[in-house]
Design a protein around this ligand. Structure first.
Ligand code: GRF
Length: 193
């Protein structure tokens, strides 16, 4: 049985899709052990608690990255986590934590990396820049997390057409649908292949 921790910051729709895929067996032989949020107000925490999944909150304000790293390590200690999934997690994961974690860490990003990614590229801003670039396709990427921002090895991507009538908001909805499709496929691939 592979054990997963999911890190969120907000609504948590990507996390919800992973939880559901674990329960249906679409993600094989796995269990979601812990949901960590960077905000006490994240709506995803309500869902996690309703599902009976352990939750925790990591607050960065006023802390060094080393202190955050130590706190995160303590949160997952003893849970034998195999995979950490960053699902709408908008904070930087300290390199010390990445280096100290024995398993894999993966992230879902709402663009076709290496385009439109890196520091400051998250949420609606990504799609605003994509629309203004005149691109005719966008999409989502699941990648391994290394010490950089959106720089790890790509695991899976899927793209969508951008219509002339698309706005940043309509594109965000299209890409979020893709995120929901590929994140669970990528989690299963990383854990079982
Ligand atoms: C989504 O826009 C997604 O692109 C990014 O984080 C945002 C929130 O996702 N990964 P979620 O609904 O909290 O999973």
């Amino acid at each position: 049985m592979k054990k997963i921790a999911i890190f969120i910051s907000g609504t948590g729709t990507n996390m919800m899709n992973v939880v559901e895929a674990v329960s249906t067996g679409e993600i094989r032989d796995a269990r979601v052990e812990l949901i960590v949020s960077s905000s006490v107000n994240a709506k995803g925490l309500v869902f996690a608690k309703e599902q009976g999944i352990d939750t925790d909150v990591i607050l960065y304000k006023g802390k060094s990255l080393d202190e955050v790293s130590t706190e995160l390590s303590t949160m997952i200690a003893g849970r034998d986590i195999d995979l950490i999934v960053l699902a709408g997690f908008i904070k930087i994961v300290p390199e010390a934590f990445i280096d100290g974690f024995k398993g894999d860490i993966i992230n879902i990003h709402p663009s076709l990396i290496p385009l439109f990614c890196g520091k400051g590229f998250y949420g609606i801003r990504v799609h605003e820049v994509v629309i203004s670039s005149g691109m005719k396709v966008s999409g989502a990427t699941v990648h391994y997390v290394d010490g950089g921002v959106d720089t790890g090895e790509i695991i899976m991507q899927r793209c969508c057409e951008i219509e002339d009538t698309d706005t940043a908001e309509t594109l965000q909805k299209k890409v979020l649908t893709i995120e929901h499709e590929i994140l669970k496929l990528a989690v299963d691939k990383v854990l079982n292949e």
